[in-house]
Design a protein around this ligand. Sequence first.
Ligand code: M6R
Length: 598
Amino acid sequence: MCGIVGYIGNKEALPFLINGLKKLEYRGYDSAGFCIQHDGKLSVVKRKGKVKELENASKSLKITGHMGIAHTRWATHGAPNEANAHPHLDCKGAIAIVHNGIIENYGALKEMLKKEGHRFFSETDTEVLAHLIEKFKGKNLESAVAMALKLVEGTFGLLVIDKTSQEIIAAKKGSPLLLGIGSQEIIIASDASAIAGHTKKVVYLNDSEMAIISSNNYVVKNVNGKVVEKKIHDMEMTVQQIEKRGFKHFMAKEIFEQPLAIENTLRGRIGDGRIKLSIDVDVKKVKRIIITACGTSWHSALIGKYLIEKIIGIQVEVDYASEFRYRNPIIKKGDLVVAISQSGETADTLAALKEAKQKGAKTLGVVNVVGSTVAREVDFGIYLHAGPEIGVASTKAFTCQVTALLLFALYLQQQKGVLDKKILEELKKIPAKIEEILKESKNIRILAQKFKASKNFLYLGRGLNFPVALEGALKLKEISYIHAEGYPAAEMKHGPIALIDEHMPVVFIAPKDDTYQKIISNMQEIKARGGTVIAIINENEPYIAALTNHVIKVPKTLDILSPLLNVIPLQLLAYHIADLKGLNVDKPRNLAKSVTVE
Ligand code: M6R
């Protein structure tokens, strides 16, 4: 969840580190720090709060040097304060380390090291690594790091420097790291956004690999110390993609980017009335599909279940990745496990994927971040091509995930020779229909003004739009801190209806589909109990006005595609409420963009 960046080359390291941290700040943002090596010394600066605080602090210090490491933190062990911020040092201040991940046996290691006389200055698990490396420092830095890591249980993406070596040591297990290869310089980062704009050539480290990096060379070794040949990839991400482009927040930009993002997901995949995906899944061999994911990606998985079962008739199960991995799931011949992840680095999703692979399942990834760990672990993948999603609240990734799942369902239909071209044709019209809804943003802001002081919200939908209700509730709670719940509308009468009074806004997702009449009855039940009804509709029947307090109309589409439209007003409502409350929309409290810890 934290962000790591390192620089070694022929330029001043500090601007690279600060700029890199700013790009990575969306991953973790409670404190930040850097360490620069120069003249046989290590200069360390850390600050609680945003990278801006660190940048301001560094301005007066005039720190120079051509190699350094830096970190932006999302606290796991110890409070977010300066002492716990990275980099961490050994007893003599001769070794510095930044780390992403969790050292699970840090308690035992810390006890051992304390008995050996090591002094600790923080509550973090990471500091243990600095002292372990110190313990083995009779050797060179590379060997000391390798020996230290042999004692470690847990996950890490880490960078280490010391006072004298002209190299950065990088190591990875369960947490991403990549090298950006420039001319006479190498940038190492946990995320491509810190490298974009400097070079397009990247090398992805795999688990249990270690890189020894100097300004014009790098050597990657495996856990046995053997040199590994690494492929240099071309990075897709551009600097423009990770800028706000005039929007107040990344979240707003990403909501408004959805028409283009969906076009990009579809690009090259639906030409001449056929579905083209670079995957090798044989519909005749697939007996069951298990989709595993977390958060918003889990909501798109639920939609995937509805639509695959509906249009292909293959049984689909959906599991929270965190539950799947620990319940000894039954995997049979003919099972296909689909992992959905925007970041491709979510620890629970990765662990679920590993569990599925161990049990012999074929795996498919639906991933946004190119080259991410999920993308590399799966047998086949469908990239979203949605572009970087920086706002912590996932928006364009959600609609692109649903689009990718639709493409997958249509790909299976095509193999059966029953491709429904009506869906295909309508899918092409979705971006323009989303543009129409985005024009309602100003009106939705007026609505948001009315509800920004609410303490609770309910979101109700049925069928394919039940997961949309869950997603609307998640968006609201994670950025506006208003308590919100999503339910299948019919579940109301089994308990939640007791909550209804004049202080309870209820958002209905009510397109005119085969559940419409039922939803209207549910609306009546809420209205009769004094609840405030906000309805997302696609047909304005004369009786709707009497049943609702506010309506947001979206264009009509095929039932199966309606989640792609209905979610947009819910994203906008959450966004405007959070913004009107003056909250940090892109970086909500306690959250991080990519959850790389369990
Ligand atoms: O990167 P992933 O899609 O694997 O992330 C999963 C969740 O952590 C993520 O969707 C989270 O729920 C978002 N903050 C929701 O907006």
